[in-house]
Design a protein around this ligand. Structure first.
Ligand SMILES: NC(=O)c1ccc[n+]([C@@H]2O[C@H](COP(=O)([O-])OP(=O)(O)OC[C@H]3O[C@@H](n4cnc5c(N)ncnc54)[C@H](O)[C@@H]3O)[C@@H](O)[C@H]2O)c1
Length: 193
């Protein structure tokens, strides 16, 4: 999904995505004075190309679009970009650039919290997790919220360690690497003591 795909940068991105063979490309662009559909018109015959003439300031419509297409990645390029215009009319800049950006981020908000992510990780690994860290990140150009769990098995000296990536919307385990814990916890415990 590309927002602002009829603009200067967005249209170049869409041409590149088509050249790279992406199957489905959704252009979310309301076509303001800055948008020019003809910049992507030659591609509009591309089987996987769709133009959704939606205003990113409309939260409900943006949520519906994200829900409908479930994009793997969002490149957010819709903006009020001509800075000299902000002197006469700053409202458009604030609503599009700030509220519009927020609407996109909020449309992909997490359904899975940290404790859910840890339970999913334990189920996947088949052992209880002891010491661990959970970090929320945005994968694929900040498109999807993903939990990154780094965890050790729960014995006093953990025998295993693992790292997992879990989709924070769908609960899908995207990647899981587990191995025997190579760290010498016994030595580090003695040192601390
Ligand atoms: N052009 C550059 O050289 C350059 C350099 C660095 C960063 N950027 C950034 O890249 C982004 C895109 O820049 P650009 O030059 O392509 O801008 P642009 O003005 O050419 O295109 C912006 C596009 O966004 C669409 N749009 C505007 N408001 C919208 C809204 N509310 N809902 C949906 N669509 C809307 C417009 O119709 C237009 O097609 C901006 O954030 C800009 O700051 C641009």
């Amino acid at each position: 999904m590309v927002t602002g795909g009829a603009g200067f940068i967005g249209s170049a991105v869409i041409r590149r995505l088509i050249a790279d063979g992406y199957a489905t490309i959704i252009n979310v662009d309301i076509l303001t004075y800055a948008g020019n559909e003809s910049t992507v018109a030659e591609e509009s015959g591309y089987l996987g190309y769709r133009h959704e003439r939606v205003d990113i300031r409309h939260a409900r419509e943006i949520r519906e679009l994200v829900h409908k297409y479930q994009p793997d990645a969002v490149m957010h390029l819709a903006a009020e970009s001509h800075v000299d215009r902000s002197i006469d009319g700053p409202e458009e800049f604030i609503s599009t650039n700030i509220h519009g950006t927020y609407n996109l981020l909020a449309a992909t908000k997490c359904e899975i919290d940290e404790s859910d992510a840890l339970h999913i990780a334990e189920k996947e690994l088949g052992f209880d997790i002891g010491p661990c860290s959970a970090q929320l990140m945005w994968r694929g150009l900040r498109s999807r919220p993903v939990w990154r769990i780094l965890g050790y098995s729960s014995e006093p000296i953990p025998s295993q360690r693992a790292v997992l990536l879990i989709d924070a919307n769908t609960a899908e385990v995207l990647e899981a690497v587990v191995e025997e814990n190579p760290e010498d916890w016994d030595a580090s415990t003695k040192q601390t003591a």
